[in-house]
Design a binder for this molecule. Sequence first.
Ligand code: GCO
Length: 264
Amino acid sequence: MSIELFNLKDKVALITGSTHGLGMAMAMGLGKAGATIVVNGNSSQEKIDNALAAYRREGVNAVGYKFNVADEKDVIVSIKKIETEVGNIDILVNNAGIIKRTPLAQMEVEDFKQVLDIDLVSPFIVSKQVVKGMMERQSGKIINICSMMSQLGRNTVGAYAAAKGGLVMLTKNMATEWARHNIQVNGIGPGYFATSQTAPIRIDGHPFNDFIVNRTPAAKWGDPNDLAGAAIFLSSQASDFVNGHILYVDGGILATIGKPSNEL
Ligand code: GCO
């Protein structure tokens, strides 16, 4: 198997929400595979600058752009700026996302809408702008970061699960409409990973922490670096005939109903 299949040299990859967490881990992997990384965040320029320093310490060629993925006007201006200043976007990873853990019966409609806006509508907004150039070039890779919550529900994450479930079908419809332009659109569905988003439910001894370790066949939380391989595969020529597929990187949690806590 030629390693060239996974070489991203001369490619430009935009990863939304890549100043930390899973987005940074995937972007770092794409960068080490040769891509120029366009880092995005919307919180502060300082956060972007700190992230760029981390990428550069790892030898990754990275530039940063602050924009709000949920604001179509900001996205339109920013994508044009990136394509002028950095180059054509060959790879788009729609990773930016939020979660609000509230029981549905108590959740404010505005909060529900905000989760849907960022986790589901934003991948559409950003992809709609980036796919224009991909169609002109008849080439591109789009990866939507779904979740195991695209398949399973859990108390208090109803808005997030609805968004991530919808993102699976958005991925399949993007693939349906854009595959004929040699644009491969797929998804990655992370299981439970050790990130800032899960920090509150990952504390040692926290019932949820013990539950996840027991419920996951790999018997551990994922390390964000475990996602780099899936991102490189779906960004490279190795996946040129893969369309509309959601690649779950979840330690096996979706493969099983789980086991009693006293069973090996
Ligand atoms: C939660 C977690 C999950 C994970 C991930 C699983 O509260 O259950 O935050 O949502 O973050 O999305 O795929």
